[in-house]
Design a binder for this molecule. Structure first.
Ligand SMILES: Nc1ncnc2c1ncn2[C@@H]1O[C@H](COP(=O)(O)OP(=O)(O)OP(=O)(O)O)[C@@H](O)[C@H]1O
Length: 709
């Protein structure tokens, strides 16, 4: 028994582990020297004396003791409970505690015995290890590329997030499970990489560190990747960093494609292309330029090789190009004096500095000549226009139009303006005010003057013939069409089509004309192809066009197409100051001797007359004055005096025929006489005959009635 006690005491005294004993209520009864040392005391006695109160004071976290007691009471012992004790100097010691409960014979707890291990150092080491692992993991995660660590048997040991993203597989699916070949798309890549994998581990030579292959991700998408592999020293593991270069490859492919396209364009280009250095040495020239010079002059000075000059060209713009600008110039080639257009732009080096100049040259000789001619013509026309305008200010006439009144000067201004454009013109005015005269003046002053002026009296064309008259027909287009017949549009090609009496045109024809005016063209009757006419349209009417639109007789769209430049002809009664000038003009026209003159009485009469027939009526009055030697105004009679039907024409025996012919002859003579009475003022004649103007026009045409001048 005493031997046992000695043994136990020695164990207590010399055990390499700290031992303490305490009462159930927490009083410390024994501490062995090892524990006292662990806690920084000189002796066990000092430590017991120092921990005066309860053993709980020893714990950094006193609740640990309560927890420990609770757990120990369940089985009377407890192993590996981690906690922290205060040392003498107040610092904390990490410790591992094992506890045993000693009970008395009656089962009550006599004391608790604790065995303490100082694990502070282990804790520090493990903390440092955790920290360094975190650090390495963070480097591994943030390499900027997909990175994996591969074992000798090709298992992927570790994979960073980049690799997970690149392949679409999760960490769990990869790490420790996936073999490296699983992501290789093509057998030829796989074969190559396996060879590298094993050779690398045998430290064979010629195993590349970097190479490319095509990866297949979880969804089967193919990606071009670049990989760099290194062995991890002292292991059989390798670390592989993979970079997705699909977009780079794509860019490279499209660059190659556009490069080859560009080469094609440059070589097929008919102009000249060359590149030269900052010191004028040619580094590239295209096929067309080589052909022009006669041989490849790469390496020569550009100005000598291309232009046979001894110094750089004046138009070169080298300075601006070297400063990064693009220079565009037109110049005459010294070799043959042809006009050229050149665009020179900088060629940049890798560091963004300008290393040379590339120039594209095209021959613009014909275009430039035309441009210069147009400029000359424009300048001439501007001058001519100014000259005409200043002449207009106090002129008595303009072209063949007589009149110095303000109203007429305004008309002249409009004639000038309209002759400078190709826009549609419509001339409004009463009958005989000179609408056709104005239309001709516009044509004569326009660029179309060299081509035909084709007057068309729309009111005189029967409705059923309108289309063939305007658009012509082709041989066989209808029964009787035995040859091609050009229409008005063909006749006026390049010139002017004057559509007089436009208000008389049918709606059906308005639609067809509108199509032509809108650029839709027309097809001649019996023709197959559409013709695009090039005739300028000048229209005239003595009707109130706006009113006709309101009544629905003229289509609004047609009206707006025609009514681009309106010119209003003043009636003679609104410009009486022109009457003496006009009278004088007509006297000279019909009496070339120039002897006939009007006295003041006649001039007075002319001035005060009503002139319902306007200038035409005045012209006829003057003409009659020259033959009768007295002034009479039959227009008045026409208006006041009822018309006496002309006697029946004398129909000779030979002329006797069918009733139809007789009636036709009579009708012709009768209408001709009325027309003569009204000095061919058709409006008046139609009123006297009691028929419409249009009907009168048709009858004049069909009966072949002619005006005798
Ligand atoms: N200002 C003018 N100066 C000289 N002659 C003129 C003038 N105005 C009209 N005339 C002459 O009057 C006649 C009628 O002119 P024009 O045929 O141009 O008139 P219009 O308005 O077209 O007539 P209509 O409406 O009947 O077709 C022509 O012989 C023309 O030479």
């Amino acid at each position: 028994m005493s031997e046992d006690f000695t043994l136990y005491k020695d164990l207590f005294e010399y055990a390499p582990i700290g031992i303490l004993r305490s009462t159930p209520d927490g009083r410390l009864t024994d501490v062995n020297p090892t524990l006292a040392r662990m806690l920084g005391y000189e002796s066990a006695e000092e430590s017991i004396a120092s921990i005066k109160n309860t053993i709980s004071d020893l714990y950094v976290d006193p609740s640990h003791r309560e927890q420990l007691i609770r757990m120990t009471l369940k089985q009377d012992h407890l192993l590996n409970f981690e906690s922290r004790f205060y040392r003498k100097d107040g610092s904390a010691m990490d410790c591992l505690i094992h506890v045993r409960i000693a009970r008395g014979k009656d089962g009550s707890v006599k004391y608790l015995e604790g065995f303490i291990q100082d694990i502070s150092e282990q804790k520090l080491i493990s903390k440092a290890l955790t920290e360094s692992e975190t650090r390495y993991r963070s480097v591994f995660e943030n390499t900027g590329s997909a990175t994996v660590i591969v074992e000798q048997d090709m298992t992927i040991l570790l994979a960073n997030t980049g690799f997970q993203k690149l392949t679409g597989y999760s960490k769990e699916e990869i790490e420790g499970r996936m073999k490296w070949p699983a992501i290789i798309a093509y057998p030829k890549d796989l074969e190559r990489m396996m060879a590298y994998h094993f050779k690398r581990r045998k430290f064979s030579e010629n195993v590349p560190l970097e190479y490319e292959f095509i990866l297949s991700d979880r969804q089967g998408n193919r990606k071009n990747v670049f990989v760099r592999v290194d062995m991890i020293a002292g292991t059989e593991c390798s670390v592989a960093s993979i970079l997705d270069i699909s977009s780079l490859k794509k860019a490279r492919r499209s660059l190659r494609e556009s490069e080859s396209k560009l080469v094609g364009i440059v070589e097929a280009f008919e102009g000249f292309i060359y590149v030269c250095s900052a010191n004028y040495r040619i580094s590239f020239m295209n096929r067309a330029l080589k052909q022009f010079i006669g041989k490849d002059k790469t390496g020569d000075l550009c100005y000598q090789a291309i232009y046979r000059l001894n110094s750089p060209c004046d138009w070169c713009g080298k300075k601006q190009v070297l400063a990064g600008e693009t220079v565009k110039t037109e110049f005459r080639r010294p070799v043959d004096k042809r006009w050229c257009y050149a665009v020179s732009s900088p060629v940049f080096d890798i560091d963004e500095s300008v290393m040379g100049q590339q120039t594209v040259i095209i021959d613009i000789h014909e275009r430039k000549q035309a441009e210069l001619a147009t400029k000359e013509k424009d300048a001439f026309l501007r001058k001519e226009n100014m000259r005409l305008r200043s002449a207009l200010k106090d002129s008595h006439h303009f072209s063949n139009i007589i009149g110095k009144s303000l109203a007429m000067r305004q008309v002249y201004e409009m004639v000038l303006r309209s002759s400078a454009t190709d826009a549609n013109v419509i001339i409004y005015g009463e009958s005989g005010t000179g609408k056709e005269l104005v239309a001709r003046a516009i044509h004569d002053m326009s660029e179309r003057s060299g081509k035909r002026f084709v007057p068309v009296n729309c009111g005189a064309i029967p409705r059923e013939l309108m289309e063939s008259e305007f658009f012509g027909y082709r041989k066989g287009g209808f029964t009787g069409a035995d040859r091609d017949k050009p229409g008005f549009f063909d006749q006026a090609a390049g010139g002017t089509l004057f559509l007089d009496e436009l208000g008389e045109i049918s709606e059906e024809m308005q639609v067809k004309l509108l199509r032509v005016l809108e650029g839709g063209g027309y097809i001649p009757i019996g023709g197959l192809e559409s013709c695009k006419p090039d005739a300028r349209i000048i229209a005239a009417t003595n009707r109130n066009f706006a009113e006709l639109v309101r009544q629905g007789r003229i289509r609004e769209d047609f009206f707006y197409r025609i009514h681009i430049i309106p010119i209003y002809m003043p009636p003679l009664c609104e410009r009486r100051e022109d009457i003496p000038l006009l009278a004088d003009h007509f006297l000279k026209k019909y009496d070339p001797s120039g002897l006939a003159k009007f006295g003041s009485h006649e001039l007075n009469l002319l001035h005060n007359h009503d002139w319902p027939g306007n200038v035409r009526e005045l012209e006829n009055t003057v003409q009659r004055y020259l033959s009768l030697n007295s002034l009479d105004f039959p227009g008045d009679q026409c208006r006041c005096r009822p018309v006496i039907p002309a006697p029946l024409p004398d129909i000779g025996q030979d002329a006797r025929g069918q009733l139809q012919d007789t009636v036709r002859n009579y009708e012709k003579k009768y209408i001709a006489e009325i027309l003569e009475q009204c000095q061919w003022n058709r409006t008046k004649a139609a009123a006297l005959l009691g028929i419409g103007r249009k009907t009168l026009y048709l009858k004049i045409k069909h009966l072949g009635i002619r005006q005798h001048s």
